[in-house]
Design a protein around this ligand. Structure first.
Ligand code: LCS
Length: 396
């Protein structure tokens, strides 16, 4: 087991959680245990491992030493009971719905979530009798009104994709718990460096590790972190059998990326703190949504709930989608691509890209206007990003 990391700061935890010198070789960097299966000494041992009477590995879908390091690392930073790594962020969400909901149960979710997270509930899980209602969870009255006697899960994404609106996790957790519902927080946009939902009463955290945790735009991956042993034990069997499992090489890359989370998040955030006011002051920009700006409607909540405003900005160019498309077609340094949280700046148009599968009326009701542009600020030099925005906006 690793040393007790609770007494250390977040950067020390990020670098040392899940980090041990390899006993067999002394290797400091973690070995990639690229094996699908693990040998038993004898029949008795195999039976005991399957029965859970003895620890040790069986089969990589059910657990693997390289993946276990990553699970421990992320769970340590979140302050949870353990980690369950998944093939993708969507794999994490679907595993949680299978584990925590039954036919006839109801979820209340944030209206502006990553498009597929909502579509999979409304289009796919609904076919199995799992109901959902998506509302503006920053409006506590809307959350209260959406809760039904059969609501057993409240799913919050904060900051939300792509509106960058925030939800008060503590206030929503109080409402949900009063009704006996669990609270799931998608912490992808903040990362555990900037926001720790368990400190505000959340029950389960999920991540698309494709984003900040891996941070290098070369891995698709997800993570589930339950707050308690009891929840971990409930989710683990579904995680082992559903098949949305991770591969050891994928885990190794994500673990390598995770170690620089602090530096990447801080650099990208410093840049976003310069880019957001530049955009807000630009005469061709209609509005900007960034929690670090006074103009953000939940600026005060951001200060209270997060350790920093992060590096995701949404905005609209005057002239709507045509003007926005001119900007997107003319960026030179920034890359026109979906995804976020990597070291390079990515810019995209959610209504026609990440959120295109959502019906337009639902998008508009969720605050995703037709002209909304989302930028994930990376770790380049802020001045270069501002110059790229300047020249691209000249084409509008
Ligand atoms: N949760 C959030 C907040 C996300 O942004 C995404 C992906 C997911 C879950 C799903 O994770 P995945 O399965 O892709 O690992 N968001 C994307 C986006 O905004 N652009 O491309 C993917």
């Amino acid at each position: 087991m690793s040393h007790d990391l609770k007494r250390y700061g977040r950067n020390t935890q990020t670098i040392h959680a899940g980090q041990y010198v390899d006993e067999a070789t002394g290797a400091v960097a973690p070995p990639i245990i690229q094996s699908s299966t693990f040998a038993f000494d004898n029949c008795k041992q195999g039976a005991e491992r399957f029965a859970g009477a003895e620890g040790g590995y069986i089969y990589t879908r059910m657990g693997n030493p390289t993946i276990a390091r990553l699970e421990e690392a992320v769970a340590t930073l979140e302050g949870g009971a353990g980690g369950l790594a998944t093939s993708s962020g969507m794999g994490a969400l679907c595993t949680l719905v299978f584990a925590l909901m039954n036919a006839g149960d109801h979820m209340v979710g944030t209206a502006s979530v990553y498009g597929p997270s909502r579509v999979v509930m409304e289009r796919d899980f609904s076919r199995f009798g799992v109901e959902s209602t998506f509302v503006d969870t920053s409006d506590l009255d809307a959350v209260r009104a959406a809760i039904r006697p059969n609501t057993n899960l409240v799913f919050i994404e904060t900051p939300a994709n792509p509106t960058i609106s925030l939800t008060d996790i503590g206030a929503v957790a109080a409402i949900a718990h009063e009704h006996g519902a669990l609270v799931l927080v998608d912490n992808t946009f903040a990362s555990p460096l900037l926001q720790r939902p368990f400190e505000h009463g959340a029950d389960v955290v999920m991540h698309s590790m494709t984003k900040f945790i891996n941070g290098h735009t070369d891995v698709v991956a997800g993570m589930i972190v339950p707050s308690t042993e009891e929840l971990f034990t409930r989710i683990k069997p579904v995680h082992s059998y559903l098949g949305a499992c991770m591969d050891p090489h994928q885990a190794w890359l994500a673990l390598r990326g995770f170690k620089t989370l602090g530096m990447r998040v801080r650099t990208a955030q410093d840049n976003a703190r310069k880019v957001a006011p530049f955009l807000e002051a630009h005469p061709k920009v209609e509005w900007v949504r960034y929690p670090g700006l006074d103009s953000h409607p939940q600026h005060e909540l951001a200060d209270r709930q997060m350790d920093g405003p992060g590096s995701l900005i949404s905005f609209e160019v005057k002239g709507g989608i045509e003007a926005g498309a001119r900007l997107l077609d003319n960026v030179e340094l920034m890359t026109l691509a979906v995804s976020l949280g990597g070291i390079e700046t990515l810019i995209q148009h959610p209504p026609s890209m990440t959120h295109a599968a959502m019906p337009r009326d639902d998008r508009l009701a969720a605050g995703i206007t037709d002209g909304l542009v989302r930028v994930s600020i990376g770790c380049e030099d802020a001045d270069d990003l501002i110059k790229d925005f300047e020249q691209a906006l000249d084409h509008v």
